[in-house]
Design a protein around this ligand. Structure first.
Ligand code: SF4
Length: 171
């Protein structure tokens, strides 16, 4: 029996799904994506939609700026227009992402940079002024805490090298 290629969790918006807060997508074209599509190993999720948020939705930012310890601590996401805390759907979405990742035994995740759910190197600063700070989104924190490497769409070369290393041991 032929072994299956190791699975990769990916942000749905990076595959062209119009699930972003503004009702748009952020599709990327990269040899890694082509490779993973051809080997049927992509598992896509939009954590915010899985957490129960609609499309479109108000933009949200992490008040504390995405420091992992702050992200773990609870009420950390702000609705821009209404100023409401909206942590719960983000946390639900992160748990849905983790559950899906575990169900498919993913070897890594590629998530959209800058998002309060999916960011892996930076997020917006919680002031809704366009400022960025080093940090990571809620889903990224949950996945990394579970030992799953998370790459952004800007690090697809590195993600592909990581995937190929694991695939070479399983295929
Ligand atoms: Fe894309 Fe993640 Fe935002 Fe969903 S939550 S739109 S997958 S960046």
């Amino acid at each position: 029996m032929q072994s299956k290629a190791p699975s990769v969790l990916i942000s749905a918006c990076l595959l062209g799904d119009a699930v972003r807060y503004d009702g748009r997508s952020k599709g990327v074209d990269h040899p890694a994506i082509t490779m993973w599509i051809n080997t049927h190993c992509l598992v896509k999720i939009c954590p915010e939609v899985s957490g129960g948020l609609p499309v479109p939705r108000l933009p949200a930012e992490i008040i504390s700026g995405g420091d992992p310890e702050s992200v773990r601590s609870g009420r950390i996401v702000l609705h821009s227009a209404a100023g409401q805390h909206v942590s719960e759907p983000f946390l639900r979405g992160a748990q849905a992402a983790l559950k899906l990742a575990k169900a498919h035994g993913v070897c890594l995740a590629v998530l959209k940079e800058g998002s309060p759910s999916c960011g892996s190197g930076y997020v917006y600063n919680g002031q809704f002024d366009g400022g960025q700070v080093s940090g990571q989104g809620i889903s990224t924190t949950v996945l990394r805490d579970a030992g799953i490497p998370v790459f952004s769409e800007h690090a697809l070369d590195e993600a592909l090298v990581h995937w190929q290393r694991i695939a070479s041991h399983t295929l």
